[in-house]
Design a binder for this molecule. Structure first.
Ligand SMILES: *Cc1c(COP(=O)(O)O)cnc(C)c1O
Length: 478
């Protein structure tokens, strides 16, 4: 019943779209076919449910609703109020957070809201107090100049990009690396693991206003109680960006000191990665920061995406089920199977393994750069992304690693045996790929030669697994 409903709903929607712009309808069909036919191992991607996807395609997209629930700058927001309060209520329950702000359009937006909330809450300035007392008109041009100076002279300590941190954690070319004086902590050069004593030493010396924890490419769990201890010792605000692993928190795989929400002053996340919701962001906060985070609009955001907030509510309703908890556990179990599959075949993994949802494969032992490995794998239908490894000799463009995550294929139903096969296929591709040469005859970091027949045999083995675990089973487009 549901299958045929979904099939006819999407088939008809595509007909409506085709009547206006057939090429978009065609690209939409093709995207489904392509996603169905490839091994998606991009650690930040997933497949949201038809209910989540459909919720995004409605007239809520047409409504302006700047402001907060019950306090909007536009008339007629009663239904948006229902949607936003339900999404926030689900989020508070799901994560055990005192306060949730579901308006951010993306993970980066959520981080910007968090940064400015921390500045507004923590920077001690008589000018700021005047501003918050709403006596903005009392501020002279010189006062504003001082305020800009005080806001602009704060320090942030985050995990470096090549150790697995995110651009928004103080990377120089990102706004976070420009609006703050930033320093970065890395991982232990021997083990690749986070060294809490080294983070603490850096924090004592640098005395940041904001300590950022969280990552995009670190294959291990983090002890957030320890990070909070470090923040408290130096008087910093602990901000945790759980964009990648929010699904493991929601699914109760990361509990106790591995659950950031009780320890962080502010927790940010995306909703579309392991959490398996719509593309979007969210901020969770302790009461102390709630009022400042609530000013995300107009501070850094415009009108909220009401259709996406609605889809967040649907996704959170899914994430509180025992089915989702089982899914989250399988994400972590499968990552272990994938890592073991590589290790038994002699491949090198950063930190020697994983205990979250991702594996960082160091491809230098195959004589390849990350860029070459990523391209050769794509030729064989394996979709990954190249990624720096700690102290990467090939820099952030070519890199020496490939990042692989299990959330998407776990959604399709892949288990231990399939992930072991995935490791086998990847090793097959990489050990049969040779680095190419430049036009001048020197070694190239980009070109490569994939052995004859490799792509075919890998694609065939993948297809067997993919056919057994169809994406959106029952969804047939007419
Ligand atoms: C993906 C990610 C983001 C950014 O999310 P977008 O929705 O792409 O803006 C922020 N922080 C971390 C840690 C991430 O992994």
């Amino acid at each position: 019943m549901t299958d045929s409903l979904i099939s006819s709903a999407y088939s008809q929607a595509l007909e409506v779209i085709a009547s206006v712009e057939p090429r978009i309808a065609e690209a939409t069909r093709q995207e489904l076919a392509d996603q169905r036919a490839s091994l998606k191992l991009i650690a930040s991607e997933n497949y949201a449910s038809p209910a989540v996807l459909m919720t995004m395609g409605t007239w809520f997209s047409d409504k302006y609703a700047e402001g907060t629930v019950g306090h909007r700058f536009y008339a007629g927001c009663q239904n948006v109020d229902t949607v936003e309060s339900l999404a926030a209520e689900h989020a508070r329950e799901l994560f055990g957070a005192p306060y949730a702000y579901v308006q951010p359009h993306s993970g980066i937006d959520a981080n910007l809201v968090a940064f400015w909330s921390i500045l507004a809450n923590k920077v001690e300035s008589p000018y700021l107090q005047k501003m918050q007392a709403k006596n903005v008109n009392e501020l002279s041009e010189a006062d504003w100049e001082t305020l800009r100076h005080e806001f602009g002279n704060q320090r942030l300590l985050g995990m470096s990009l090549d150790a697995g941190g995110h651009l928004t954690h103080g990377f120089r070319p990102n706004i976070s690396g420009k609006m703050f004086h930033q320093q970065q902590y890395g991982t232990d050069p021997e083990t690749g693991l986070l060294d809490y004593d080294a983070v603490a030493a850096k924090a004592r010396e640098f005395k940041p206003l904001v300590l950022v924890a969280g990552y995009s490419a670190y294959p291990r769990r983090v002890n957030f109680a320890k990070m909070r201890e470090i923040a408290d010792e130096v008087g910093a605000v602990l901000m945790v960006d759980m964009a990648h692993f929010a699904g493991l928190v929601a699914g109760k795989v990361f509990t106790g000191e591995e659950n950031p929400v009780p320890y962080a002053h502010i927790t940010t996340t995306t909703t579309h990665k392991s959490l398996r919701g719509p593309r979007g962001g969210m901020v969770l906060a302790q009461e102390e920061f709630a009022a400042d985070v609530d000013r995300g609009c107009p501070m850094v955001l415009g009108g909220p995406l009401s259709h996406v907030m609605a889809a967040k509510a649907v996704a959170f309703a899914e994430a509180r089920t025992t089915e989702f908890q089982d899914y989250a556990q399988r994400i972590a179990d499968n990552a272990k199977s994938l890592a073991d599959g590589f290790l038994t075949r002699g491949a090198n993994l950063v930190t020697g393994g994983t205990d979250n949802h991702l594996v960082l494969l160091d491809v230098s032992s195959f004589g390849l750069t990350g860029r070459q490995a990523e391209s050769a794998l794509l030729d064989a239908g394996v979709v990954t992304n190249r990624n720096s490894v700690p102290s990467d000799p090939n820099g952030a463009w070519y890199t020496s690693g490939v990042r692989l995550g299990t959330p998407a294929l776990t959604t399709r139903g892949f288990g231990h045996d399939e992930f072991d096969t995935v490791a086998e296929l990847i090793v097959d591709v990489l050990s049969n790929t040779e680095a190419g040469t430049t036009k001048a005859g020197g070694p190239s970091k980009a070109s490569y030669v994939l052995g004859d027949g490799v792509a075919d045999r890998v694609t065939k083995r993948s297809a067997e697994m993919l056919d057994k675990h169809p994406l959106y089973p029952g969804l047939v487009l007419s």
